[in-house]
Design a protein around this ligand. Structure first.
Ligand SMILES: Nc1ncnc2c1ncn2[C@@H]1O[C@H](COP(=O)(O)OP(=O)(O)OP(=O)(O)O)[C@@H](O)[C@H]1O
Length: 574
């Protein structure tokens, strides 16, 4: 909330920081609105004193004066744009400094270099905020100066016109002010729904190969379909308030014209001639209506865009802290992964699979997660990698909510690895240009013999010809080559023999970054620096030795007290 206020303060600061700039903007706005002040007067005089009075040169002279004022106003409009730019550019620079500093702070907290993608996304929001602020300033300022000019022009032309046209105009303005909050709310909801649809369809497009490989077409279609349906509903709700906008325009813009025409007999009785009525019509139709329409149509959209962009910037500009955070783990390590009060259930009435979980994994840490089958280990992996959102609590990776983390920052390898048809190299470099030679990664995870057998990195591979274990080796080498700082192996080595599994895990433990292993064998936990034991609501953590000493279930799993018939190396009875 405080950060949002901070972003709003930037708006106020941008508008008021430089009084001389404000004065310049006002001065050029007066010139830009000069035709609105003169238009009706010039038309009335051109007709009344000129063409209708048999003095065409006088009529033409008034029109020429009007033309000259239009030329001057065009220059004024140019200066207005420059003044608005001078107002919003420092605003953009201050916001950019804030979001870049925020991104760097988050990255520093996670012990990684700041990702350029995160900075690019934040600065895009800054650009949107700058454009929206400029649009709001242009629209509101244009309306105010035009409205004041028209009222002054009408007053100078014929004071009796004001009681005729001002009441409906004021009523329209009041109606607009009343409808603005609802309009803004629905416009905002539509904008966010639109973004969610774009994100959902973008995800589908980007992951098409994965979706096809995993046979997840129905799930992907349902997810995108939900986003589209939500956007359609938001669109319908917006359309209903947009109809109100038409009513606002009817009252505020067109009712004054009707009132003027209806008042013609009364005006005539008070000596107001047709030239003045035509002049008044010119004021209304050529100046007031366009300015009012611009306000009604522009303000709702631009102000909402500004609000949304500022909200996003506020989220980036400082660390997210919706909850009081637990103390950071002893030893002063910077937490790379932080879970606080995390609860997750697979349905509104289902018992939570994860309930109030607190967990910290330091940057560069190596955690193994163990527990009986079906206890929630894969769910935890999905929460940490942001593929599922907690029902309550907070999951931060590098200070960023896990579901909003740059996808390049983490990689999850599930149990069933997938390999697509193509070269081995294309499979390995799927996450982007490799940071180490492909051969080095293959050797590190123990996939070098497989690569040789397949004909080297540039050989074409047929996924169907590979065993499940071979597919896991390819997926492991791919994750090893990815730029991700967080690697989550969800039983990703279950089809390898214990020696191959040890080799792969040790390679990931040596690789810079944080490693979380959902353990298939207890030997994975022995290798890890810390172990999380999940057993329903009883979740414990500690080193392997500490858990053997204190947790009977863990001692059983570790084979220290094997129950009859249990294979001590395969702790998850499946
Ligand atoms: N998509 C889903 N919808 C409903 N329930 C689910 C879903 N996925 C998992 N569950 C349930 O949530 C619980 C935890 O599942 P999860 O896969 O996280 O456990 P796990 O410890 O990883 O199990 P395993 O070791 O067998 O992979 C299980 O009872 C499972 O049936």
């Amino acid at each position: 909330m405080a950060r949002r206020r901070g972003a709003r303060r930037e708006v106020v600061r941008a508008l008021t920081a430089d009084p001389r700039l404000l004065a310049r903007l006002a001065g050029w706005s007066v010139l830009e609105a000069a035709p609105a002040l003169l238009l009706g007067q010039a038309v009335a005089r051109a007709i009344g004193d000129g063409f209708a009075a048999g003095r065409p040169w006088t009529g033409a002279a008034w029109l020429a004066v009007l033309g000259a004022v239009w030329v001057a106003a065009a220059y004024g409009a140019r200066q207005v744009v420059l003044a608005v730019a001078a107002m919003v550019e420092p605003f953009r620079e201050r916001l950019t400094a804030r979001v870049v500093a925020g991104t760097i702070r988050s990255a520093a907290a996670a012990g990684r270099p700041p990702g350029s993608a995160a900075v690019a996304r934040s600065t895009l929001q800054v650009e949107l905020a700058r454009d929206a602020l400029a649009a709001v300033v242009m629209v509101v300022r244009g309306f105010l100066f035009t409205a004041v000019s028209v009222v002054a022009g009408l007053l100078a032309l014929e004071p009796r016109l004001l009681p005729v046209v001002l009441p409906p105009f004021a009523a329209g303005l009041a109606l607009f002010a009343l409808s603005l909050p609802a309009l803004a709310r629905r416009q905002r909801a539509y904008l966010l729904a639109d973004e969610r649809t774009a994100a959902a369809t973008g995800d589908v497009a980007a992951g098409l190969r994965d979706i096809t490989a995993c046979g997840a077409e129905d799930r992907a279609e349902a997810a995108a379909g939900r986003a589209v349906a939500a956007q359609a509903a938001a669109g319908r709700r917006l359309a209903r308030v947009t109809a109100l906008r038409t009513a606002v325009l009817a009252v505020g813009a067109w009712a004054p014209v009707l009132a003027l025409l209806a008042a013609v007999p009364w005006l005539r009785d008070h000596g107001v001639g047709p030239a003045v009525v035509v002049g008044a019509l010119a004021y209304l139709t050529q100046s007031l209506i366009p300015a009012f329409t611009g306000l009604v149509e522009g303000l709702g959209v631009s102000a909402v865009r500004l609000g949304v962009a500022l909200g996003r910037i506020a989220e980036t500009a400082g660390p997210v802290q919706r909850h009081a955070l637990p103390p950071i783990s002893a030893g002063g390590d910077v937490p790379h992964v932080l879970l606080h009060g995390v609860t997750y259930a697979y349905g509104p009435h289902a018992a939570p699979v994860v309930d109030g979980l607190d967990l910290t994994v330091p940057a560069g840490g190596h955690l193994a997660v163990v527990g009986p089958s079906g206890i929630g280990k894969s769910t935890l992996a999905a929460l940490i990698t942001g593929t599922r959102r907690p029902g309550a609590g907070l999951v931060l990776v590098g200070g960023v909510p896990a579901d909003r983390l740059d996808p390049a920052e983490r990689v999850l390898i599930p149990q069933e690895a997938y390999v697509f048809a193509g070269t081995l190299r294309a499979n390995l470099c799927y996450h982007g240009p490799p940071s180490v030679p492909v051969e080095e990664a293959l050797a590190a995870v123990g996939a070098d013999a497989l690569a040789d057998r397949l004909g080297g990195p540039d050989a074409e591979i047929d996924p169907r010809a590979l065993s499940a274990g071979e597919r896991q080796l390819v997926a492991l080498a791919r994750a090893y080559l990815s730029p991700a700082r967080l690697v989550v192996l969800d039983e990703a080595t279950c089809h390898l023999d214990p020696a191959a599994e040890a080799r792969a895990e040790e390679a990931f433990a040596r690789r810079p970054g944080t490693l979380i292993v959902i353990a298939h064998r207890i030997s994975s936990a022995r290798r890890a620096r810390a172990v999380l034991l999940m057993d329903g609501t009883d979740v414990r953590s500690g080193t392997h030795d500490a858990l053997v000493a204190t947790a009977p279930l863990y001692a059983d799993l570790a084979g220290h007290r094997p129950p009859p018939g249990r294979d001590p190396e395969r702790e998850h009875a499946r």
